[in-house]
Design a binder for this molecule. Structure first.
Ligand SMILES: Cc1cc2nc3c(=O)[nH]c(=O)nc-3n(C[C@H](O)[C@H](O)[C@H](O)COP(=O)(O)O)c2cc1C
Length: 186
């Protein structure tokens, strides 16, 4: 199973970095797979730690992909690092082993601490639409424009039926990014 979360890391000077990542969960292992080059990867290699934040504020996913990375953080319990202050839950990870790869190394981690902070509010199609659109935005340069447009048209159906203010704001940021890219491509 893959959990779409916000990964928080920090460099050796303690400067935090946040990025959405799909973490593979296999038994009691949490596997982070960053594509090179990646600040998340560099920080994890330097500190051998990472933090997963389980967030339902999808503005954080969309924000990271559109240059909005200033989200409130809270210090971790067991390691140097922080988690997203508004997260429903978070998990502190220690790296156990690394499978090297030129494109996408695998970082096998163990959970050393986890805590719940707020109740799950139920599934929401607009949140799903924003996450999918954020993934599309992260791959704009890899996908044909007509495929991106077709997927956005489909995702917009669920978005328009079920979004709240946060989802609409996040969607707006992503669509501005797609339009900017379309204009660049002519
Ligand atoms: C839901 C979601 C999941 C993502 N999963 C991954 C992932 O598993 N690996 C990865 O390298 N990038 C992933 N991305 C894209 C990164 O968040 C983005 O490209 C980021 O810039 C990573 O680079 P960084 O570590 O230098 O910040 C994902 C994006 C989204 C929206």
């Amino acid at each position: 199973m893959i959990q779409e979360v916000i990964i928080t890391t920090q460099d050796v000077n303690g400067t935090p970095h946040i990025a959405p990542m799909g973490v593979h969960v296999e038994g009691d292992e949490f596997i982070i797979l960053p594509f090179r080059p990646s600040t998340t990867l560099d920080n994890i290699l330097a500190t051998e730690t990472a933090v997963m934040s389980y967030c339902d504020d999808v503005r954080i996913f969309a924000g990271c992909l559109t240059g909005r990375k200033q989200w409130a953080l809270t210090p971790c319990q067991t390691l140097k690092g922080s988690y997203i202050a508004s997260a429903l839950a978070h998990r502190e990870l220690s790296v156990q082993r690394i499978e090297e790869d030129e494109t996408r190394p695998k970082l096998f981690c163990q959970s050393v601490y986890q805590a719940n902070h707020a109740a799950f509010q139920g599934f929401n199609r607009a949140q799903y639409a924003v996450i999918e659109a954020a993934i599309l935005v992260s791959r704009l340069h890899m996908l044909p424009l007509d495929k991106i447009q077709a997927e956005i048209d489909y995702l917009r159906i669920g978005l328009e039926k079920t979004a709240g203010a946060n989802e609409l704001e996040a969607w707006g940021w992503l669509m501005a990014k797609v339009e900017e890219y379309q204009q660049e491509q002519g």
